[in-house]
Design a protein around this ligand. Sequence first.
Ligand code: NAD
Length: 486
Amino acid sequence: MTIKTPVTIAYGDGIGPEIMTATLKILEAAGVQLAPEVIEVGEKVYLQGNTTGIPDSAWESLKRTKVLLKGPITTPQGGGYKSLNVTLRKTLSLFANVRPSVSYYPYVPAKCPNIDLVIVRENEEGTYTGIEHRHTDDVFQCLKLVTRPGCERVIHYAFEYARKHNRKKVTCMTKDNIMKMTDGLFHQVFNELAADYPDIQNEHYIIDIGAARLATQPEIFDVIVTTNLYGDILSDVAAQIAGSVGLAGSANIGNHMALFEAIHGSAPDIAGKKLANPSGLLNGAIQMLVHINQPERAALIENAWLKTLEDGLHTADIYSPERSKKKVNTDEFADAVIARLGQKPAHFKPVTYRSDVPANIECYGEYKSTTAKKELVGVDLTLDNPRLTIDELALILGKLTTRLKPVVISSRGLKVWPKSMIDAPYTQHCTCRFQSAEDVKYLTPITQETIIQVMQELTQLGMDIVKTENLYTFDGKLGFSLMQGQ
Ligand code: NAD
């Protein structure tokens, strides 16, 4: 008796039901052995008043199956709804988002016919922690959190992935010339781990030039590892220049769970019209089959899919009168793939997946415990300041009786006091840095009580403190950035 693999299925929103139905039809025709558990997540659940978009029963299914094949989800705008995709990735600890981009030229028109790369995107942190605050009438904040274990896991994964899939090079992309601490950590961990893989080339690009090169010379890249936001943007660029966002699938990988989907969204503009290309979700499902150890079925389906592209049966998003034979709808495309099961592509190299090598790569991060000596040396207090000029504010701060003194006032990271060269352009939201001495290099440890005293005195002076950020040193090294101009 064949044992069927339990898999949780979410049809999703917009074009989700159409492309999921097409995908499952192909899987079934290929003899894939699945025991599907269907869950309801997304728009309907949000609109029933559940701001997470996922009911408890769905979590129960995921705990059982540990594998989710998911259609795209629409997150309703406004109303405080949190993105279900981000919730799933974080709750299930799916730390690596693996997005292959391949061109199917000449059958699918492509800006860059030579593209064949994989983007490994950090999937749990960075700006996608979604921690945002409003400080004043005009000022909003988004926190970018980067952890060493988070960097270690995804970068380790990228190198292991490269080794397992015979890729030659891993490129890291960050913006560490500006974000020296957060992106700087990602780059530093990349350099540390790269040393353990002498058989794989490594390099680093600043994200802006890296993105420009990706859009114009994608053939120079092999595996790219990057942070959450950059990876999200880069992978759409890569998919688009390879032909269509409708073609690419993605795997969200954790050590114990995995989620497979298309990279595109719910495409409300074409939902219900049977125009959608099911290939992105099908490619996600193929990644899932490799993951659940059905590699022969994965290859069977991928080869039939490649043959369908070669035969010129194309959905509207990739149709061109010169290269396509027939414009087909979602269901007709699925039927065309089914009709080609067992056939191999003639132009593209037929796909094989090894059954002797387990697909899973487990990466835990070393969780290096920090042995640094951490000392509290000051505080940044951010004020909602609609009335006072910077000189008036400085005068008030000078009245404080505590041993902490203001050393710098900044606005959006730019020093505006003391000795600013220009009139401060914006001072309604300003951060006052307090340390025990005026010379910031003289980092005298202070106590939490002193900070509380400063806050009490400032409040009594009528100041509105909207944010407090402690300043630490680690083994004497600054654990905070200086202000521009400081
Ligand atoms: P989108 O990817 O849904 O659509 C962008 C464009 O690509 C549209 O013109 C659309 O018609 C086209 N397109 C997308 N998939 C296609 C396919 N399979 N076949 C043919 N054409 C396709 O992006 P969007 O419009 O920015 O977002 C719509 C919704 O999807 C939003 O609510 C967004 O939050 C959500 N979204 C969900 C996911 C996910 O669930 N993983 C990812 C991205 C966006």
